[in-house]
Write a protein that binds this ligand. Structure first.
Ligand SMILES: Nc1nc2c(ncn2[C@@H]2O[C@H](COP(=O)(O)OP(=O)(O)O)[C@@H](O)[C@H]2O)c(=O)[nH]1
Ligand SMILES: [Mg+2]
Length: 235
């Protein structure tokens, strides 16, 4: 009962609670390398492909953040949806040096943005491998993915930046700070939506129609703040 009262009064992540962020993208795009860069881990060899999921705990400002990477191979992607509900934000990594895979990356990102359990949750798109001379940059990805329209259509607060897991960390840290700030600004609404969705999904909501209408009202509160931001590498 005590816990229940605390949860009801909470207006921001309480001490000890953590913010769940999903780290997704095609296999080989650099998810593990970026997580290592954020943790300031310097691996001696290139990471092995992630087949399951791995959790990276981080402290951003005063918040505990848990970044969950799930493998991006095609046969692993059907598992992603099981993690959507608990996430409050999403990082999607695009391999900027693999322009041949951009259409596939775009289709996968669109599917994520339109998923009911992810809609309106803040999204950070990292266009990785900017150290490679052949890499496309964040502006190319915004253009090719038509991200402005997608962000508006799915009412998703979105930031797109170019990064390199192997070189500089400033833009990466700026991006993550933006994501965590955007989640905390919308924390009450996002956690309430997740709670309602959990009830709808588990079919415990006695009146599912009422649950869905409350869900839409809460979503609209996040959606009012929607905008697309662009930061350049090295800004
Ligand atoms: N040049 C370059 N290579 C990178 C970068 N990030 C990751 N890689 C390499 O890309 C490969 C796949 O990286 P990994 O982090 O395992 O990708 P994941 O499958 O998305 O987790 C590895 O050989 C990494 O060393 C980057 O920013 N620049
Ligand atoms: Mg990996």
């Amino acid at each position: 009962m005590g816990n229940w009262c605390c949860r009801r009064r909470r207006v921001a992540p309480s001490a000890g609670s953590s913010i769940g962020i999903l780290l997704l993208g095609l296999g080989g795009s650099g998810k593990t390398s970026l997580a290592h860069a954020l943790l300031k881990v310097r691996p001696t060899a290139a990471p092995k492909p992630t087949t399951g999921c791995q959790v990276f705990p981080l402290r951003i400002q005063e918040h505990h953040v848990e970044i969950t990477e799930i493998g991006g191979r095609e046969d692993v992607r059907p598992l992603w949806k099981h993690y959507f509900l608990d996430a409050l934000g999403l990082i999607f990594v695009v391999d900027g040096s693999k322009w041949q895979r951009l259409p596939e990356a775009r289709d996968v990102l669109i599917q994520l943005m339109q998923h009911e359990l992810l809609q309106a949750k803040p999204l950070l798109v990292l266009v990785n491998k900017q150290d490679r001379p052949d890499a496309v940059d964040h502006l190319d990805v915004i253009d090719f993915f038509n991200l402005s329209d997608l962000a508006n259509a799915f009412k998703t607060p979105t930031l797109v930046i170019g990064v390199s897991a192997l070189q500089e960390l400033k833009s990466l840290s700026q991006g993550l700070n933006w994501l965590v700030n955007t989640v905390t600004e919308n924390y009450v609404v996002l956690t309430k939506r997740n709670q309602i969705l959990r009830e709808i999904v588990s079919q415990q909501q006695p009146n599912r129609r009422k649950g869905r209408s409350l869900f839409r009202t809460l979503s609209a509160r996040v959606r009012r703040k929607v905008r697309l931001l662009i930061l350049c590498l090295g800004d």
